[in-house]
Every structure is written in structure tokens, then in C-alpha cells.
Design a protein around this ligand. Sequence first.
Ligand code: SF4
Length: 476
Amino acid sequence: MTNPAKYQPSEREQAFLSTVENGKYNRGIVTGIGKFMSGDVPEEMRDFYSADELAALTELDGSQRDVQARMPVKITRHYFEQAKKSRPMQVLIKASPNETADLEGAEDPGKQMDYSPVEGLIHKYELGLIYVASTCSAHCRFCYREELIAKKEVTRPDGTVAPKGLARIEELVPYILEHNRLVAENGGRHPETGREKLREILMSGGDPMVLGNKNIAAWLAALAEAGIESIRIGTKELAFFPDRFDETFMAMLDRFHETYPEVNLRMMVHFNHPDEFLKKAEDGSYIEQPAGGLEWLDNTRAAVRRLRARNWINVDNQAPIIKGINNDPDALRVMQRELKRSGVENHYFFCGRDIVGYKAFNVPIEEAWQILNESQKGLSGVETHARLSITHYKGKTEVAAVTNEPIPGLPGAENGVVILKLLRSAADAPDRAKVTIVGRNPEAIWFSGYDDRVLFDEAGLYSIYGIDLLARSNAA
Ligand code: SF4
């Protein structure tokens, strides 16, 4: 393999980058269960794991059920301070033997490597997702990038086996330019893949916000120079360490916007539960503000205000619904209302993915739909924009409806049906909005739970399992 040519920033890019300063941050991170075992953590953190919890985890060390081999343990001081008062936050951040009780799951969830033409890039639809960091300030136990963060070996379509690598500017920019050149020359579609112009990039990982400002700025500028029209930064840093969104970071974004005013920026933030950003009274309740709404943590509030003060930055929240964390309609109702009130859009809720150990985390699909539906009762139209999505290998799919009543005359629908709608086909656009209807199975936590009850499959979600749908419908 030859090394790509060194990337040469343009004059405009260099002028922008020369203005950027890195901030200094003290996240007070504790990494690894060993620190809790040895007591090598600040005194107030010593009881975060009980002696019994530590003993149970130690017993699994080095075995197939080693929880840290599945997903490394990491927590910030800020998250700890909130989690002390919040059972859901503890479930999110504390390792548990339960995670490795059943290790079923995909080594490469979503078969992302099938869509990776360049190391660190997942190219689906008109969107590219790039891995720019392989860690976050803290680690969610349910992480759907556990294979990247735990540096697990993954089999690629060409049969080679290696951990997933990060994207590099010198490889990514030529790929974008070449893809978009071919698309332009071919009347708006790539001649081989049929894809459209690559116009959006989601910076992800891991969390891009663990990088310094200079590093983030280098990515933003390179993507803008390559013709990317919209850049998203996927981050949970507002929950893990909101002080990262300080004036130094905002100054970098301001310079970026002055230099590339045509590029849209979106912060795709990740709150799972309102405990992550709301203040609590002694009795554990949220605190009403005299003028309406609930009181936020001061530094989280300040971070969101800084972002929202810039009308060229959009802020959207998206989060999975996870057992023991936010499978709670009341918590989700508060979260959706408070986020919208503060200018954060509710974008997606997700069903958990088929990661290794997913049975410990995933809420059954129909239950997740009921929870979200229940949580949105009493909210206004603008507060209920979030949809429930489940990521199929074929593309992002909405759990659009679950009926409680049978559909008369439709065999297999005696217990009601689930209607799935393909929001985006990963390969190309024509299948968008097609639906699949399956008979209900309240136990199903993944698509495979409906393998034996597919009633209608216009979206083709089940054709990959080799089901002869025509024969099935004829027999019915
Ligand atoms: S913030 Fe996202 S990438 Fe990071 S550990 Fe949590 S789920 Fe994984």
C-alpha cells in the first residue's frame, strides 16, 4: 500500500487554522475498574462501586466474560457528580457482569465495513460518517461503537482481519473530490454505485470533542475545502464534560463560520436522560423555575446557550432507548420538553443495535415504540419531532406504528402488526419510504425476532434472510 500524498491546506485554510487555539481542560477522568479496586480514585468516588460489585467484576477478569475487554470503563468527574444522584446514569456508566452474560451480537454492527471504501469512512446515502477519534471522555456501557473503542479485530469484506482505523484527511479529501467529480460528470449519480454527491459528513468515533480545537478545525476546514456543504459533529460531551464548549472552542467555530459561511454546522448531541442536564432537589425531584421550565446544570445550560446563540449552528439530540436507563416515558417526556425549550431539537430515538452483548441493553422493539409514544402524550407538536429508528443493514428504518388490534382478513395479524418504514436506503435512494409489515412479537429485540411473521415486505428488509416472500403471500 502506498502512502497518500501529504495534504496541502489552501491559503484560506491556513489563514483560518493560524487563528485557532487549543483550550486547557481538566476532565478528572478515571479509566479502568482497577482504579476503583485499588482505591486510586478521589475519596468521594471510592464508594461508586460497592465491594460486592467490584468482587463480581474481578472474578470475570481475563475470562471470556471480561467486561472491560468488551468495553473499557471510563468516567469523567462531571458525570460522576451527577450519577451519584441518578440510578439511570449509574446504569449507563458502571460496568456490570450482566453485560457479558450472553455475548451474542455482531462483530461489525450494521455491516459498516461493507460501506467503507476508505479507512475510517462509512459512505452511505449522500452522507459520509468518519471516525476521527477512538474514545470519548467517558464510555457508555451500551456503546454501539464498542468494537472501535475496544479496538476489536473486525473481518472486512476482502477477508482481512484488523481493528477499525481512523480517517485521515490526506485519504478522505481525495476520495470526496473524486467521488463528486464522477457524480458531476455522470449527471448527478455515481456511474457505479448510483449514489449522489457526497455533501454531508458526520464527524464521529468515539467523540470528536476529545480532540483539541486545532485538530477539529483542521477537519472542518479540509471538509469545507473539499466541497462538503453540511458538517455534523456527533458528541456526548455536553453530558460528559460540558465545559469543553468554552469560549476558546466557540471562537474557533466563529472563525470557521467567517471563513466558510456557506457550510452548515450541526451538533448531534446525545442525552439519554434528563438527569444528565437538570438540577435536582434534596428529595431527588427536578427544580421548577418561577418563570416556567426546570433548572438546568449551570455549565450545561451555558454550553447550550453558547451554541444556540449562533444561528448558523443547529443542535439536535439523538439517543437509544436502553433498559434501565431511559425506558421510562416520564423521563423521556421531561427530556423532550426541556431540550426543545432550550433550542435543542429532538431528532431520533433508536432501538438498541445488535452489538456484542445486546441482550443486556436492548428494550424490545414494540416496547420501545410504546414508551416513546407514551412519552409524547401531552407534549406539543414541535416537542414530538423525534421518531423511533432501528438501523437495518439496508438502511435507517422507522418503527412507524404498532397496532393493538388484529387487522381483519389478514392472516398473521391476529395480535396486531408492526409497520416499519425505510427512511433511507444505505445503497441508494429509490427504496425510501417503502414499508414492511410484520405480525407482532413483543419479545423481539432485533429484526430477526420477526423472521417467521413477515406479512408484507415492500422495503425488502427481510429478503436478506432468504425468505421467499412471494410464496408466503401466495400461501396466505
Ligand atoms: S458517547 Fe457514543 S461513542 Fe462514546 S461511548 Fe457513548 S455511545 Fe459510545
